[in-house]
Write a protein that binds this ligand. Structure first.
Ligand SMILES: [Zn+2]
Length: 169
């Protein structure tokens, strides 16, 4: 499966930047030991077809260089991944904070509306919300109360679904 003489390794052709798995010709790669004085027993990748047709240009790569390249590539990928995760975290946090504020505002508005409904007589500073009068029937305040609770639950559920959809994208 291994060891063969390698005469002219000057032709490297297309460079791969990681541990190669296949030659350009599609054949599987094997490692061979170099027989030259400068690189005696140094391992390199070559396909079996190259053994029979050495004049053709097949993939050549030193095993030690391939390992170093692979480590560098994994390192680069790792830092890129970390950057991506960090920016995703920041984005998600900002978006969640924005959503939380909106929910708070909505809840505050609903609470004010509820107060305006239950008090019915003494409307001091809730006059801004009188345009919402058609939302609930004024005759029973207890059912208006539960209606508001349902509305709050619905809004919270909708927001959670929205956040989930954003995160899982
Ligand atoms: Zn080949």
């Amino acid at each position: 499966m291994s060891s063969s003489s390698s005469s002219s390794l000057s032709h490297t052709g297309r460079q791969t930047t990681e541990i190669p798995t296949r030659c350009w010709c599609g054949a599987n790669l094997t490692t061979f030991g170099a027989q030259t004085k400068e690189n005696l027993f140094r391992r390199f990748y070559r396909c079996e077809i190259w053994l029979k047709r050495k004049i053709e240009h097949h993939l050549f790569k030193w095993v030690d260089e391939a390992v170093v390249d692979e480590i560098n590539m994994v390192d680069a990928k790792h830092s890129q991944l970390k950057e991506d995760v960090d920016s995703f975290k920041l984005c998600t946090t900002r978006s969640l904070e924005k959503q939380a504020k909106q929910i708070e505002q909505t809840l505050h508005q609903i609470k004010m509306l509820m107060d305006a409904k239950t008090k019915s007589c003494g409307t001091k500073d809730n006059s801004a919300l009188t345009s919402e009068d058609t939302l609930t029937s004024p005759r029973m305040s207890s059912s208006a109360n539960s209606l508001t609770k349902i509305a709050v639950a619905a809004i919270a559920l909708g927001t959670m679904a929205w956040i989930y959809a954003r995160i899982s994208n």
